[in-house]
Unconditional design. Structure first.
Length: 297
């Protein structure tokens, strides 16, 4: 089956359960729920911190697997970015400052402008993030910048802004939670969701966000290719189960001359009906020659 057909089936809206107009879920419920889910993820990552030996052993496994799959070396991306200090600084800032604010602004916009899709988006992010947390706990992974065979450096430390310091077992940030990359997973879902709920051809430009994110996470030495591929695979599975809702179509707006017809805006139904030929008894009367003769006489 072509990949385009698979994507259409995954993202095809599920049948609408009713014709009611979507309403915003209560903020007093949604806000504490999202905060709780984020804190659970944050402290859950910390529980897996400090697994140095296992993280470096898994890094060697991932590195060998990528070479066996003929994936390009991550260092080639970093070397390319290092040709321009302006570019590498931009990539560092994108990695450090866009990831979390982007998901917050995305949820706020969905809640306010697309309430019918907000709960769907929240559940997709919940399952995606929960699956990522499970993998972080089961598969600690040292990123390329800490794995010597990669030959990569932490570009944030050299050019700024630095996101991480020296790995420590008691730090809040778990630097061994590289598999999968939620930077890639969240960015990819933001783009997909905005394309699903958006209008017009320009909405496809949202795909630039995950594209730049992939370059950023790899080029800065924070993730391997497989980290992003696994995140994308998990997202595909979640979207196959949680398809976006199909909302009822909006009722046509009145024009002041009657109900808008299917012939286009500004054409009232009664005007269209007036142009049609008469039918029934009236038609026979109008086209009866004897009747016309009597009327003229």
């Amino acid at each position: 089956m072509p990949s385009t057909d698979v994507l259409k089936r995954v993202l095809a809206p599920r049948p609408a359960e009713g014709a009611r107009r979507p309403q915003r879920p209560p903020l007093v419920r949604e806000l504490p729920l999202i905060v709780f889910l984020y804190l659970a993820y944050k402290f859950g990552r910390r529980a897996a911190n400090g697994q140095f030996g296992e993280a470096f052993a898994n890094a060697d496994l991932v590195w060998r697997a990528e070479r066996a799959l003929w994936l390009p070396g991550e260092k080639a991306v970093q070397d390319l970015l290092l040709h321009s200090e302006v570019v590498i600084r931009f990539i560092n800032v994108y990695y450090a400052m866009v990831h979390f604010p982007a998901i917050v602004l995305f949820l706020i916009w969905m809640y306010w402008r697309r309430p019918g899709h907000f709960v769907w988006a929240r559940w997709v992010l919940t399952w995606l993030t929960g699956a990522a947390l499970v993998l972080h706990l089961l598969f600690p992974l040292a990123p390329p910048r800490l794995f010597r065979p990669s030959g990569m450096m932490d570009t944030g430390v050299v050019y700024g802004p630095a996101v991480y310091g020296k790995p420590e077992a008691d730090s809040m940030a778990n630097q061994f939670a590289a598999m999968p990359s939620l930077h890639v997973g969240w960015a990819l879902f933001i783009a997909i969701a905005l394309i699903v709920v958006g209008r017009g051809r320009l909405r496809w430009l949202w795909l630039l966000h995950p594209l730049i994110t992939v370059v950023a996470v790899v080029g800065t030495g924070h993730h391997y290719w497989l980290d992003g591929l696994v995140a994308g695979t998990i997202l595909a599975v979640v979207l196959a189960v949680l398809r976006p809702p199909r909302l009822p179509a909006r009722a046509p707006a009145p024009t002041g001359r009657g109900t808008v017809s299917a012939d286009g805006p500004g054409v009232a139904a009664r005007d269209v009906g007036a142009d049609r030929a008469p039918s029934g008894a009236g038609a026979e009367r109008n086209h009866d020659p004897s009747a016309l003769a009597r009327r003229d006489g």
